[in-house]
Design a protein around this ligand. Structure first.
Ligand code: MG
Ligand code: ZN
Length: 195
């Protein structure tokens, strides 16, 4: 049985890079955005179940000066069209453009953490406030320790997938509640263990 206790799971919080799309490095162009096999089909199954899906993503390439809002929007549009090919969609996206060591392409003199970069929980709180759901009604699926730490701090169940960093990024010390091979397997697991 799943760890979460909600009567009804209604929201899936998805990390983007390494969960939906492959992450050979930072994704700086739409061409670099390549879907992980079956991830779009997995999102379609979540959509069909009536669960809302939100992407919650750290995009430090903004802070490093490598990514503009315009280009990020074209990458988001590519994600949307790739999902659409499988009849899938996401219900919203929240991103952190910051990095503690970088600002506007310059190294900061002093590190300055923000509240929104995972393992911070601000983006989760924002999504929950704007769409009216609670941590207990959600599950977060990610590939990085920062994802698992954010989920644990916010009090939501987490599933780790081995398609990305596989928890080897050393960003914080946290384990997910469950490990699955990829998003497809994680969704299968959620569907098997929910009413
Ligand atoms: Mg990731
Ligand atoms: Zn931030």
């Amino acid at each position: 049985m799943l760890k979460y206790t909600a009567k009804k799971l209604r929201v899936i919080l998805l990390d983007r890079d390494g969960v939906i799309n492959q992450e050979p490095g930072p994704i700086l162009t739409p061409e670099q955005f390549v879907m992980i096999p079956k991830s779009a089909a997995a999102v379609a199954r979540l959509n069909a179940k009536g669960w809302q899906c939100f992407v919650i993503t750290n995009q430090a390439a903004f802070a490093r000066g490598d990514l503009s809002e315009t280009v990020f929007q074209t990458i988001t549009a590519k994600m949307g069209s790739e999902l659409e090919k499988s009849g899938a969609h996401i219900d919203g996206q929240y991103y952190c453009p910051h990095h503690p060591d970088w600002k506007n392409g310059q190294r900061r003199k002093e590190p300055k953490p923000c509240a929104c970069r995972k393992p911070g929980t601000l983006l989760l709180e924002q999504a929950a406030a704007e769409h009216g759901f609670s941590a207990a009604e959600s599950v977060l699926i990610g590939d990085s320790i920062g994802d698992f730490a954010a989920a644990a701090k916010w009090g939501t169940c987490s599933i780790g997938v081995r398609t990305g960093h596989a928890g080897q990024d050393g960003k914080a010390s946290a384990e997910p509640d469950y490990w699955k091979a990829d998003l497809w397997d994680a969704v299968e697991f959620l569907l098997e263990n929910s009413s």
